[in-house]
Design a protein around this ligand. Sequence first.
Ligand code: ADP
Length: 396
Amino acid sequence: MEKVMAVNCGSSSFKFKLYDMPEETVICSGIVERIGHDDGIFTIKYNGEKETKVLPVADHGYAVKIVVDAMLEKQIIKSIDEIKATGHRVVQGGAYFDRSVIFNDDVYAKIESLIPLAPLHNKAHLVGYNAFKKVLPNTPAVAVFDTAFHQTMEPEDYTFPIPYEYTEKYQIRRYGAHGTSHKYLSEIGEKYCNGDAKRMIICHLGSGASITATKNGKCVATSMGLTPLGGIMMNSRTGDMDPSVFYQIAKVTGKDVETLFQELNKQSGLLGVSGISNDSRDVAASAHNGDKRSKLAMDLWARRIADYIGQYYVRLGGADLIIFSAGIGENAAEYREIVLNRIQEALGITYSKEANDKALGVEAVISNPDSKIKVVVIPTDEEVMIARDAYNLCLK
Ligand code: ADP
């Protein structure tokens, strides 16, 4: 048994999960939040108990030290050498990476060169990597890219119809996101597919959300674009829309590109249309209370997902399986229902309302046996994929 840590560093937070590998047993997990603040928050879950401390956390280096010290203090590890490898989530791997790789100078430089495509994320990942390197200088680290799974797309699925020099010169194309989750779900979903082609439409519906079409375990198309702003409507992001919306709002309000980009990312989607919240639970509650804009927000959300499912059904030449996953997809029966009600007639899907209502945070089939496409709920697990790749590349 070897201990491997899955790491997800954001600009002000750092999530971790320590595994015993290859058994994939979770030993402990947690998060350091508000890095850079005097009232940083450190939470660790171990042995069924959750402990939270508020303390100053100057930077990522200190955040890593807090985590390692807590593990030593609780005797989760006896020495830091027991952590045999770390796996780091990296949001943008560009066209460089179609799989996970061990960090070295070249990998580091490539992730750095992609910062313009994912300014907040890639920068934070490297800050996190450096912090780990200081505390665990001899532990190998692996980069696991959100984009890698989508590198099997064909040019007609990833090229944008803009002047081609932009595509060439600035690498502007569709890269997608949530690839680690989509890969995990496609692997778990295999057992539900009878046909040879294993055609799946995978709906990762969290606050960020994307849909991927896969054939034989490979990504054929995915909804997120250059950045996670593209694709279906999300909790606070627009998803796809006529690009002239951007131009027109800038023209009538005088707002600059940066401000508008933030609005499309943070003030739009369910939040923007409802004006209520960027949490889908609040929007549903408000719709139940008769709020018309909240109801419209939910309908719009479902319509855009239904449209993408239809598009991917054609792209794949049919489908064997539809998977619902992530925060909303795993836990919100009502949100699944409003999607299913929009696709069932065209795709010959029938499902059990009771099975759908019961499928909360658990793996479950919700379609009926006579449904032309099987529909399942599968909880996703990006961390275990990160730990797996770190173990396979460094220790196997
Ligand atoms: P993220 O996309 O931020 O990584 P998740 O995949 O966990 O996170 O999704 C979080 C979202 O899931 C929350 O914004 C919340 O709206 C939604 N969610 C979780 N549980 C429910 C539920 N029971 N009903 C509706 N929405 C839910």
